[in-house]
Each structure stands twice: as structure tokens, then as C-alpha cells.
Ligand binder design. Structure first.
Ligand code: ZN
Length: 162
């Protein structure tokens, strides 16, 4: 079964450029290494997923995505934790994962190191930033059964390992 437009459970290959509102480049796909994602499975920010729904191969689009549809609003809140509770190579900007009592995992980021304390925040580094994406749809195909179970793509042909 071939797919002709982006919808849930389709693996999409795309090139993208991400800039902030001042035009500064934040991120982009490499020319020889496009991004793969599984549509409808929260692999990418909700605003970009919405902008891509219904698109066809070869389409180019620009999407301006507010923080609420991107990496969330910025709370500006941080918390002090003992440095001894962190990995020994802890450094500013590092992303780590915290697991709560229910076993839910959520990311947090190191924003400061002061003596034997570390400042951590749950704000994504791009929280509060309006995202300016330029995207080109390169390819798409139906996801494999295994990809749907995992909720992410397994390489261009769907049979890669990870
Ligand atoms: Zn997998």
C-alpha cells in the first residue's frame, strides 16, 4: 500500500531548518541525513506535525509555531540539587532523565553549577521560543508493524536496528 499524503502511522522523511524569530539558525537536518519521524506518535513538536498533515512528497512549507505548540512555555523555574546526585561528568546544558515513583520518565536540563549544588530546570532549552521551521517533504511510506509498536521509525527502509 502506498501513501500519498502525510497522515497518522506514516513514516516521513524530511529536511528542515529551524530558526528563532530573529532568524538565528537553531537546528537543521544534514544534507545527507534527513530526519525521519513517525506521524501521529509525538516524535516531533505538535505544531510541526499539524503543519505537515496532508502534505505530499516534494512539498515545501514554512511553519511558525508558538511555544504552546512547540517546546512549551518557559516557566523560568529551577531547582537546586546536590551535585553528588548527578553523574560525575555533569555540565551546563546537559539533558538528563528523571524517573518518578510511577516509573514515568521526564527530561530535565542542567542550567547552573555552583559549588556542590547543581541548578536544574524542566524547561526545554527551546521553551518559550516561537519556532520558525522551513521544511521539505522528501519521502513517505507506511510504517511497519514493529515501528507502530515502538512508536518511532527504524531507518529509511523500516528494518534498521537501534
Ligand atoms: Zn524501535
Amino acid at each position: 500500500m502506498a501513501v500519498t499524503e502525510i497522515e497518522d502511522d506514516v513514516v516521513v522523511t524530511l529536511h528542515y531548518t529551524l530558526r528563532d524569530p530573529s532568524g538565528e539558525l537553531l537546528d537543521q537536518s544534514d544534507a545527507d541525513d534527513p530526519l525521519l519521524y513517525l506521524h501521529g506518535h509525538e516524535n516531533i513538536v505538535p505544531g510541526l506535525e499539524d503543519a505537515l498533515a496532508g502534505r505530499a512528497v516534494g512539498e515545501k512549507l514554512d511553519a511558525v509555531i508558538p511555544p504552546e505548540q512547540g517546546y512549551g512555555p518557559k516557566s523560568g523555574e529551577s531547582e537546586r540539587v546536590p551535585r553528588s546526585a548527578m553523574p560525575p561528568d555533569v555540565e551546563i546544558g546537559m539533558e538528563l532523565l528523571a524517573e518518578d515513583e510511577e516509573g514515568d520518565v521526564s527530561p530535565f536540563w542542567i542550567v547552573g553549577i555552583e559549588g556542590d549544588e547543581v541548578l536544574v530546570t524542566q524547561d526545554h532549552p527551546l521553551a518559550g521560543v516561537t519556532l520558525h521551521f522551513s521544511v521539505e517533504v522528501i519521502a513517505m511510506r507506511p510504517a511497519t508493524k514493529e515501528e507502530l509498536e515502538h512508536g518511532h521509525p527504524h531507518g529509511p527502509d523500516g528494518h534498521g536496528h537501534h
